[in-house]
Design a binder for this molecule. Sequence first.
Ligand SMILES: Nc1ncnc2c1ncn2[C@@H]1O[C@H](COP(=O)(O)OP(=O)(O)OP(=O)(O)O)[C@@H](O)[C@H]1O
Length: 250
Amino acid sequence: MSALVSDVGTRTAVAAASLVKVYGKGDTAVRALDGVSVAFQAGKFTAIMGPSGSGKSTLMHCLAGLDNVDGGSVQIAGTEITSLGDKELTKLRRDRIGFVFQAFNLLPTLTAEANILLGLELAGRKPDREWLDRIVDVLGLRDRLKHKPTELSGGQQQRVACARALVAKPDVVFADEPTGNLDSRSGAEVLDFLRMSVRKLGQTVIMVTHDPVAASYADRVVLLADGHLAGEIDNPTADSVLSALKHLGA
Ligand SMILES: Nc1ncnc2c1ncn2[C@@H]1O[C@H](COP(=O)(O)OP(=O)(O)OP(=O)(O)O)[C@@H](O)[C@H]1O
């Protein structure tokens, strides 16, 4: 495993080139992304930040193949996704991308373990038990696996959602405001986990957040403003992120 963690450091997990996304037509058209080129290294935790309306969610949706683009390219682990059909995209998202959303989206009738394994089951794939064990241990979910979502705290539910996102060993995990529904303590636990999934399990995480403290858990922050790349910060602190955002008028 340590070899895997050190190997991934220089590979590109996700790359966008000259990405353009336009909503609407004519006078009311909005260029939500206006030529964004950015690369995300494998084995790193990157946060996407910027003022409200700067294009963060749009960028995430285009990178993850959840939305079509109007120009440019997106590659996930070397696969160009903008030219894929719906079926191929669905398969790519299912097999190679993990998602963590603000709403935990767990099925209430299933146990935590069944929620974690559901995607694999639907895809007809067997879980790698050793990998599952590692994820469960890193997430501290061992004694919660038989519980239903209503028997879990918000933080625990989000950790189950993180396990679900990681269980298929995706090329990348996209997290959209993963701490938006959590108090600060549970939020810190989830962020700690996302960081550990990168450092200890060699995973790649790209997170959209409004919160400079959340962004400070990342290895790197990518800043957007008005649909453009507006800078980046390596080894961010909450203060350095906050002052960069102030600079952008957020
Ligand atoms: N479905 C849509 N139809 C029309 N315009 C849209 C749509 N989605 C987003 N936009 C516009 O595109 C721009 C970028 O929106 P986006 O949601 O990506 O920004 P954001 O940085 O994620 O914002 P926030 O921080 O407020 O969530 C904004 O001007 C927004 O109003």
